[in-house]
Design a protein around this ligand. Structure first.
Ligand code: SF4
Ligand code: SF4
Length: 176
């Protein structure tokens, strides 16, 4: 069984002295998966509908039927409905993270639909302090990232405002 590589979200910043990748780091609050799921349940056919459901079934194996039963017990009526919170969310964690739908992957890089995502707020504040709010935003597979080569001054400025989680991601996305 092989699944798509994981995706990363970042801003590609032209510092004038080299490119730098500034990460957007999810705070794992689970709010987007509680309120903005892309997963539909069809009660008439007893099916979960999402773009890559076959892959999700393969990933979960027999556990898939626990999720199906749980969502089926909550949905009333006979019409297909968008299910929120997402049926694959448990204790604020995505239980199908390595095979989550493509539609989940770029969130919240291009907007948070007014849910006040703490990761997006922090990312935008960081770009503002670094004076690069209009930098290109990138969502790509981790093994396709073109690493940045920021100048020492840029790295110093970033390290002075980032927390330890962001610094870890910054190191993974840049060489110097
Ligand atoms: S709302 Fe933002 S910080 Fe919270 S889980 Fe979603 S992407 Fe991560
Ligand atoms: S599949 Fe995972 S990432 Fe997507 S909404 Fe559900 S819990 Fe969130």
């Amino acid at each position: 069984m092989s699944f798509e590589p994981d995706t990363v979200l970042f801003a590609r910043v032209d510092t004038g002295e080299g490119l730098a990748n500034v990460p957007l780091v999810c705070r794992r609050c689970g709010m987007c998966c509680e309120r903005l799921s892309h997963v539909i349940y069809d009660p008439l056919n007893g099916e979960i509908i999402v773009e890559n459901i076959e892959e999700i079934k393969e990933f979960l194996g027999i556990r898939y039927y626990e999720f199906l039963e749980e969502v089926g017990s909550k949905v009333k009526g006979i019409n297909p409905v968008l299910v929120n919170p997402c049926p694959f969310l448990r204790n604020k964690r995505c239980e199908v993270y390595p095979v989550r739908p493509r539609s989940c992957r770029p969130f919240p890089l291009f907007g948070d639909h007014n849910i006040e995502c703490p990761a997006l707020r922090r990312f935008e504040l960081t770009l503002k302090v670094l004076e690069c709010e209009n930098a290109e935003r990138v969502c790509t597979y981790i093994n396709s990232v073109k690493k940045g080569k920021p100048s020492g001054d840029f790295v110093e400025k970033y390290l002075s405002i980032a927390d330890s989680e962001e610094i870890k991601h910054f190191f993974a996305l840049n060489d110097w």
